[in-house]
Design a protein around this ligand. Structure first.
Ligand code: AMP
Length: 355
């Protein structure tokens, strides 16, 4: 089945009667809550019965459910969703469950620029983008024999940091590595982690001005990762490794955080550079994105990853954050997305913010 172009899909849409939809997971409570606040109808795409769970959170419950046997079924039933004027808000789990190729070919108007996926999921291209924007990334170690300081080894496609490990020497590396998988070796950056949640609008001038549109800083979090973040309750990592206990980096939650105010202007410069470079490379990142950073003791930022859509780290802020409250009280990322769609409908610019 060939995918439909955005203009074809939108030509049959009643844009006064849109439905905001997403997969029932990740940040869906926030997305539905934000969309409802902005007056949209909402629809939850669910595998199996989800109603009972959402009943526990009436303000985050979608108006209706679209139940499928598996996520791939969304592809073949996209026409049913188009009949309801559905706009899809992708999140990390949405893309993961559907698979990258299916997501790219999905015949549903989707918030954001889907072309970003290629630049975000390929570590070489991601580096070209971020370093090309002037950001500093952790050094990459091409040959494991060159390991002469702590490194983190990342398996490609590993979700939520599963299977990642740290090594301080080549010997340690060889003890842990699974050579059947492809991996990247990165310098382990010492410092404090901040996951910064931006929103870029190419159509509104209500934030930090860019060449086209504006950038907002909505919130930031720190991920809670098991077991690395609590393992020291049992002993030092070195001690534990001797016992064969190796820390892991599996995300289990998110912790709200703010940053020293003097560092905030740098965050805007970084966000601006990432957006401007993305426009040159692939037509531009749109809407929410997150830079995953470590701040070193010299107060320098090293960016180890970008997520090009709403991240689960925005979930502590369904009622607003210390930053978004200075834009508008109770502004979550989910609500900001709904506002962008509402504004685009009003000014006939939907095709600029969807793909
Ligand atoms: P990622 O999948 O790249 O987001 O990495 C998973 C987790 O590993 C991050 O949330 C960090 O806690 C940690 N991490 C990743 N890269 C680095 C790095 N270069 N230095 C230190 N910690 C890192």
């Amino acid at each position: 089945m060939s995918s439909l172009s955005l203009s074809t899909m939108l030509s049959s849409y009643d844009t006064k009667n849109l439905t905001i939809a997403t997969v029932c997971s990740h940040s869906s409570l926030q997305i539905f809550h934000g969309a409802k606040l902005e007056g949209f109808k909402t629809l939850g795409i669910a595998v199996g019965e989800k109603q009972k769970f959402y009943d526990a959170f009436p303000l985050g419950k979608p108006d209706s459910f679209f139940t499928v046997d598996n996520y791939k079924e969304i592809i073949s039933r996209a026409d049913e969703l188009r009949e309801q004027n559905v706009i899809v808000i992708p999140h990390g789990s949405f893309v993961e469950y559907l698979g990258a190729t299916n997501f790219l070919n999905l015949s549903l108007p989707t918030f954001g620029n889907r072309n970003v996926l290629e630049w975000e999921s390929n570590r070489v291209k991601e580096r070209e983008w971020l370093e090309g924007a002037g950001l500093t990334m952790p050094q990459e170690i091409k040959d494991p024999k060159d390991i002469d300081k702590p490194v983190i080894v990342k398996y490609h496609g590993a979700k939520g940091g599963k299977g990642f490990f740290v090594a301080k020497t080549y010997k340690e590396f060889t003890r842990h590595i699974d050579t059947t998988k492809t991996y990247t070796i990165q310098e382990f950056v010492l410092g404090t982690r901040y996951y910064v949640h931006y929103f870029y609008s190419p159509i509104q001038q209500n934030g930090y001005k860019l060449n086209k549109g504006s950038l907002q800083l909505l919130s930031m979090d720190r991920r809670d990762e098991t077991t690395i973040d609590e393992v020291q309750r049992l002993g030092s990592i070195a001690e534990l490794e001797e016992l064969g206990i190796h820390p892991t980096f599996v995300v289990t939650g998110n912790i709200p955080i703010v940053m020293r105010e003097s560092l905030l202007p740098t965050l805007f410069k970084m966000g601006e550079a990432v957006v401007e470079k993305s426009i040159k490379l692939f037509g531009g990142i749109l809407g929410s994105f997150c830079l995953e950073t470590v701040v070193t003791e010299d107060l320098e930022f090293k960016v180890f990853e970008i997520s090009a859509r709403i991240v689960a780290g925005t979930n502590p802020y369904i009622g607003g954050s210390p930053y978004s409250d200075l834009i508008q009280p109770n502004l979550s990322t989910g609500r900001r997305i709904a506002q962008e769609i509402k504004y685009a409908v009003k000014h006939n610019q939907l095709s600029t913010i969807l793909s």
